[in-house]
Design a protein around this ligand. Structure first.
Ligand code: UD1
Length: 396
């Protein structure tokens, strides 16, 4: 069978870049679209205000810029309204340069464009024969989404609608969507399976944007049987590629536990704040289902496998988690073991919107996708530490 081509939106991001590694190693041809609003790129220099940057469209035409060392020539980055020039040389974001180093393979294309730029996106589909899309590109800071709901809905929902429209026009109707356990809101039962209600109890625009996109995709796949959509609901992605060359590189203060712990271990921050020790859990701290990012990456490859099955149509949702609960203190202790560093922590009050416990049921992914998380908590911590200690300031 001819090599299949997958378009990855948001491929320069954390889960995106790890998935691109897995896709290239599996033998897929990969085209990436990213506006680099949250990824380190020497030209855009990774704007810290992703929402504003993304809304306006990032990038500039790549004309006159230095040639990419790997000879990429598909960049069509363009500011809104200025029009991108197809064929100009493109410099890859650092994460993707490293992806190419790790895999020894070259991307079939990289485009520094916003998903809101329908014209530029249409050009991507005309320049490559895309077989399926994996859609990661989105803003994901919860607190910011509460403060800037419109930016979140424009980027995450309108960006997705534009993508779906361009895909339909191009006749590409196979899609893997990067969703989140956040669509379950306050869990009514544990472990949470895919039949759990979605929508009610979501506390922020980021979460609702994921929920809305799932609904749109489901409606679309119901109306037109040619669509095949896999909705992947991630629990708590952590870890890094075992090479230590790519990993999570949050802008500003990390919102999530694992990158915060890693930055304390490496000396960038003084102490971890433990958000509450009065939850009804064994040690009183919040329990979550952490899943290694390379396990998540292989989950996307498994999802593509389902899309290729003849007769598959409609929208199917799968939880991607480990199925195991780990508390905040257990995570701090595991990271201490992995890093050999002292990790000071202070217990503070609960964080608004947090639940005591969230754990996935992953049996459906195992049955239908043949996927199961295999990496342990110690591996999650060791790999995160390798990345953080080799790159104390991230990609900068
Ligand atoms: C959060 C988001 C979720 C998102 C996920 C992954 C909420 C309510 N949900 O999940 O939508 O998909 O991140 O990006 O925020 N903790 C501390 N100290 C810290 C940070 C976290 O004690 O500095 C605790 C939290 O209270 C929680 C656990 O660590 O018990 C995990 O927190 P976090 O990594 O932010 O993930 P979630 O809250 O599960």
């Amino acid at each position: 069978m001819a090599q299949q081509t997958v378009l990855v939106t948001g491929g320069a991001g954390y889960v995106g870049s790890h998935t691109v590694v897995e896709l290239l190693q599996t033998g897929y041809s990969v085209v990436v679209v990213d506006n680099c609003c949250n990824a380190y790129h020497q030209d855009t220099n990774a704007a810290s205000n992703g929402a504003t940057e993304d809304r306006n469209g990032v990038g500039g035409t790549r004309d006159g810029k230095q040639d990419d060392k790997n000879g990429h020539s598909n960049g069509a980055g363009a500011k809104n309204g200025e029009g991108g020039k197809v064929g100009a040389k493109t410099v890859l974001p650092v994460a993707l340069e490293r992806v190419e180093d790790i895999t020894g393979k070259t991307l079939a294309g990289f485009y520094l464009i916003s998903l809101l730029d329908e014209e530029a996106l249409t050009r991507v589909f005309s320049e490559h024969k895309i077989d399926a899309v994996i859609h990661f590109a989105a803003l994901k800071a919860l607190g910011e989404s509460v403060a800037m709901p419109l930016e979140y809905y424009i980027n995450n929902v309108a960006g997705t609608l534009t993508l779906l429209q361009v895909m339909r026009n191009a006749g590409v109707k196979r899609l893997v969507y990067s969703s989140s356990a956040t669509v379950y809101g306050l869990p009514q039962y544990l472990p949470t399976d895919e039949d759990h209600p979605t929508g009610p109890g979501i506390t922020n625009p980021y979460g609702r944007s994921k929920y809305f996109c799932e609904q749109v995709m489901t409606d679309l796949a119901t109306a037109d049987k040619e669509w095949g959509v896999v909705l992947l609901r991630y629990f708590n992605p952590v870890g890094a590629h075992a090479s230590g060359r790519i990993g999570e590189d949050p802008r500003d203060t990390p919102n999530n536990l694992m990158p915060f712990i890693a930055q304390v271990a490496v000396g960038r921050r003084d102490a971890v704040q433990v958000f509450g020790q009065d939850y009804p859990t064994p040690d009183g701290t919040g329990v979550r289902d952490y899943v290694h990012v390379m396990d998540l990456a292989s989950g996307h490859v498994a999802a593509l496998g389902l899309l290729w099955k003849s007769g598959f149509s409609g929208a199917a949702a799968y939880n991607l988690g480990s199925g195991k609960g780990v508390s905040v203190l257990e995570m701090i202790h595991a990271f201490t073991r992995a890093s050999g560093r002292k990790i000071p922590y202070v217990v503070t009050g609960r964080r608004a919107g947090d639940v005591a416990k969230m754990v996935a049921s992953c049996t459906r992914a195992q049955t239908d996708l043949g996927w199961k998380a295999t990496r342990t908590l110690d591996q999650m911590c060791e790999d995160t530490w390798r990345w953080q200690s080799q790159n104390p300031q991230g990609y900068a």
